[in-house]
Write a protein that binds this ligand. Structure first.
Ligand code: GCW
Length: 707
């Protein structure tokens, strides 16, 4: 009897449609059926030209429409026509104003052709049509009308790339989503892993057109023939989706794999090694994007090892890839062991003098802030300071300093805050966004990179909401002036639900989430207070060790007299690296925004904040507000249960619980630590930390991920 039941159950399973568990794997490309009341009519897809990219564009359109509104049918009254004037005579006849679409943009127009309502998705190049298809599908996914369209869109930034900090052993530096998705061992023979295609689809859907496959802390091995072949296999998978591969290059490779005694960029044998290496790579990957280089930073080799400069190093590599159309992306994230100056000043000090000396195919890639991807940093002073160089933005999508994968922090507002910051370099309106998109200085080779948060976890990013950070990065790379709130709404609709009872509160929750993290981790301009090396949890007491600028006490400078890093003229004078009106404001207590207060000033515990509270009371209030903010997020999320599948809902709820506990821990440990200096009572109503400072200092986390 029991056996029979089991057999029946198994038989039932075999015929019943497999319940599609919503584990987040489908990202924002879920294409679940639209409610009939939305009124979308079925469509027919006109035949497309037989090119690799138009074929995937057509396949995506078919897949999306099938999921959303039903399979395309030749009988439908509505035709969708996709392509370019070169590939489609019908599109050529329309003589659409495609000039502004450039190489990667598109037009979407509703027209009547041969008496039939027709949506034309047209572009100059195939990849533009693919981007247009994703845009069209997103309109349906977000329930916008599609029967009278006149859309024109083109990316404002040329290189929109992910930087994977993926190692060849499949570990991921600062990765919290499992192993690397690149299965180097099985490549190149096995490149049919569906993940590679899904990765390419997801990136193309948000306009990302480049991927640096390996960690900037690079191994020379990745530039040997077997690994070039592996990268080539991935390049072949990504090519139809408009994605080029790049490799991080270890500067000492001429020694390690070239048999040379030196990597001095001025040595002709070294230049010849790199030229030959570039030729070798381009034979396998004809559209190879180029090299990303971390040089003379955190122990990585570089031109300074030989008394040469960043410009010498970058230009030598640029000459190797230049003839093939490649670029060199040279990172400005440098600070040296020997240099005692404020770490925040070193990138500017090292690079500004070389403005105008880099080749046209070099991009200097600058982190959003001068320290390191903190929950909040003022914009990096190099933005606006190198008008004669190509300057690219580097954001971190993975949340090394914002609670890893289990804290919900939507990074859109962080990115937007930096992009909208006004450098004043050429007067008012010289925003970071305009440096990045080239419009400020008329530069054409523009770039925005995001350190990827992608791994082999089913949900790609380690958490459901971290997918939004990948998504918003791509959207802002396409248009650095876009609104992170609008993007959050699109993402929430496509990823979860279009019900406004879901969208409105969840978008508000997302928009406030990063500030909540700032509150419980590093309020009022504090920075780099995380645990040593793994950066997990609070570690404001971290001191000593290899170098001062890897410690928390270096940044907070707490003492009985007060707290904060004096970067005014009386201190490190980092403010002088900004355009005068900006630097003057940062240095002026009446002008500086309190969110950056302790970044620029060392102040007494009794300093009066704008609220009227003392600095000490205000700090404690911020920490507690952060904890309360997570409580609010938990309540908001609990109320969304009716609109979200049980599996994803439960995972988010569990993670919020972790976040709440850890926010409390951050608050308590920070209050215990800073209280040991302020020696002032807690503000009324605030609870003392439940444990001693020694308890918090004694916690250890030997297997924290991402190291
Ligand atoms: O943020 C720091 C990280 C390092 C990283 C480095 C960098 C890849 O802690 O893990 O190394 O920045 O950006 O080079």
């Amino acid at each position: 009897m029991r056996l029979l039941t089991v057999i029946c159950l198994l038989a039932g399973l075999a015929v019943a449609p497999v319940a599609h568990a919503e584990d987040g794997h489908d990202l924002w490309l879920r294409y679940r059926p639209v409610e009939a009341s939305a009124g979308y009519a079925p469509a027919a897809i006109a035949p497309v030209a037989d090119t690799p990219t138009l074929k995937v564009a057509r396949a995506e359109l078919e897949r999306g429409l099938t999921g959303l509104i039903g399979a395309p049918s030749a009988q439908a009254n509505h035709i969708i026509l996709i392509g370019t004037p070169t590939s489609s005579p019908a599109i050529a006849r329309l003589a659409l104003p495609l000039k502004a679409a450039g190489d990667e943009g598109y037009l979407i127009r509703t027209l009547t052709l041969d008496g039939k309502a027709t949506t034309v998705i047209a572009a100059n190049r195939d990849v533009g049509a693919l981007y247009g298809v994703y845009r069209y599908l997103s309109l349906i996914q977000t329930r916008q009308p599609v029967d009278n369209l006149a859309i024109a869109s083109a990316p404002k930034v040329r290189l929109r790339m992910l930087n994977h900090w993926d190692n060849l052993d499949r570990s991921v530096e600062r990765g919290y989503a499992g192993q690397s998705i690149w299965d180097w061992w099985k490549l190149p023979a096995y490149s049919a892993d569906p993940r590679y295609v899904d990765y390419a689809r997801a990136n193309a859907s948000i306009g990302i057109n480049g991927a640096v496959l390996n960690n900037v802390n690079a191994k020379s091995l990745s530039l040997t023939a077997p690994y070039i072949a592996k990268a080539g296999a991935l390049a072949d998978v990504f090519r139809p989706y408009g994605i080029k591969v790049y490799l991080s290059a270890r500067f000492s490779s001429p020694i390690e794999i070239g048999g040379l005694k030196t990597a001095d960029p001025r040595d002709p044998a070294v230049a010849a090694f790199w030229k030959a290496k570039a030729d070798e790579i381009y034979k396998v990957i004809p559209d190879f994007g180029g090299f990303l280089v971390k040089a003379n930073s955190e122990g990585q080799p570089g031109p300074q090892d030989y008394g040469a400069t960043h410009a010498d190093g970058a230009n030598m590599l640029a000459d190797a890839v230049g003839p093939h159309g490649g670029v060199v992306i040279w990172r400005a994230f440098v600070y040296s062991h020997e240099q005692p100056d404020d770490r925040a000043k070193q990138g500017y000090s090292e690079f500004k003098p070389f403005d105008g000396q880099f080749r046209d195919n070099v991009v200097i890639q600058v982190k959003n802030g001068a320290i390191d991807f903190q929950p909040r940093e003022p914009f990096h002073p190099l933005f606006g300071a190198m008008p004669k160089s190509n300057l690219g933005m580097e954001f971190q999508i993975t949340k090394e300093y914002l609670g890893f994968a289990t804290h919900l922090a939507y990074l859109g507002p962080l990115y937007e805050e930096t992009l909208k910051a006004d450098t004043m370099a050429e007067g008012k309106g010289s925003t970071v966004a305009r440096v990045v998109d080239g419009s400020l200085d008329g530069r054409k080779l523009t770039a925005m990179a995001g350190v990827a948060n992608i791994g082999a976890d089913r949900n790609w990013s380690g958490s459901q909401f971290d997918q939004a950070n990948w998504y918003v990065f791509g959207r802002l790379a396409w248009d650095p002036e876009a609104s992170s709130r609008d993007i959050a709404a699109d993402w929430a609709r496509m990823t979860f639900s279009n019900d406004k009872r879901f969208v409105a509160p969840v978008v508000d929750m997302m928009m406030g989430s990063r500030e909540t993290v700032v509150d419980y981790m590093t309020p009022l301009g504090l920075h780099h207070q995380m645990g040593r090396s793994h950066h997990y949890g609070p570690g404001p007491w971290v001191a000593g060790g290899e170098r001062a600028d890897w410690t928390s006490v270096y940044y907070a400078k707490a003492g009985t007299d007060g707290v904060g890093f004096d970067r005014t003229a009386k201190g490190s004078n980092a403010v002088a690296q900004y355009a005068a009106p900006v630097g003057t404001c940062f240095a002026d207590l009446k002008c500086v925004d309190e969110k950056d207060l302790l970044w620029f000033h060392h102040l007494s515990w009794d300093y009066r904040l704008k609220s009227g509270q003392t600095l000490w009371d205000g700090l404690v209030t911020h920490y507690s507000r952060g904890v309360a903010g997570v409580g609010d997020m938990q309540r908001t999320w609990a109320a969304t249960a009716p609109y979200v599948d049980a599996e994803r809902h439960a995972q988010v709820a569990d993670f919020l619980k972790i976040q709440h506990d850890e926010a409390q821990w951050w608050r308590d440990a920070s209050v215990a630590w800073f209280g040991s200096f302020s020696k002032r009572p807690l503000p009324a109503g605030e609870k003392a930390p439940p444990h001693s400072l020694e308890y918090y200092e004694g916690l250890s986390f030997p297997f924290a991920p991402g190291n």
